[in-house]
Unconditional design. Structure first.
Length: 199
């Protein structure tokens, strides 16, 4: 038995249209809102180049005008020449000019400090006991170093140490004056030692 397709009546259509007007659709695909059009980038207006003042640079312009000198310790020659005169001036002048002959001499050249100190003490005290007045102590000028380092070092260890020993106890009791020798007796590599009279 075949079924015949039933068509909507006018009443059905009117009812359907009334329902359709009040109905809200369940699945609605909405298009996203269009993005706002970007504003064109503003090109900065170039500024006029700033004029730079020309100036001169002078190094040390504001530094103090008085430069500090180097405070160097005096050399052994300067130290001895500035020492107070304890002996007769006329005799001292003759001694410095090499016109007085030393009565005895000791050569410390080539010795170590440990060897030279007792040898010098023995020589000076024996000479003093023998009532000698002028003796010669040879130290040598010292060897120049192959290379100077960043810190300057004085030449001649014995040359610098001997005057210290002569002015220290017990030798200072016997020594009246110490001076660098004349060239004919060794110059800066030797010392005249003028002894006191024994008590």
């Amino acid at each position: 038995m075949s079924r015949r397709k039933k068509s909507l009546t006018e009443e059905d259509k009117t009812l359907w249209n009334a329902v359709r007007k009040t109905a809200t659709p369940m699945h609605v695909e909405r298009m996203p809102d269009p993005l706002p059009r970007p504003e064109p980038a503003k090109t900065p207006t170039p500024k006029a180049p700033r004029e730079i003042e020309a100036f001169e640079i002078e190094i040390g312009r504001h530094a103090g005008k008085t430069a500090l000198g180097h405070d160097l310790a005096p050399t052994i020659s300067e130290h001895l020449s500035q020492a107070p005169l304890r002996m007769d001036r006329k005799t001292f002048g003759k001694m410095r000019k090499g016109k007085m002959l030393p009565e005895a001499r000791i050569d410390l050249h080539g010795m170590t400090l440990a060897q030279a100190h007792p040898a010098l003490m023995r020589f000076i005290l024996n000479s003093w006991a023998m009532e000698r007045r002028l003796v010669l102590v040879i130290t040598g000028k010292g060897k120049p170093r192959d290379e100077d380092g960043p810190i300057p070092v004085r030449r001649g260890v014995l040359k610098h140490q001997v005057p210290h020993w002569l002015h220290s106890s017990p030798l200072r009791e016997a020594v009246l004056q110490v001076s660098e020798a004349h060239l004919k007796h060794g110059g800066t590599g030797a010392y005249y030692v003028y002894l006191r009279r024994p008590k």
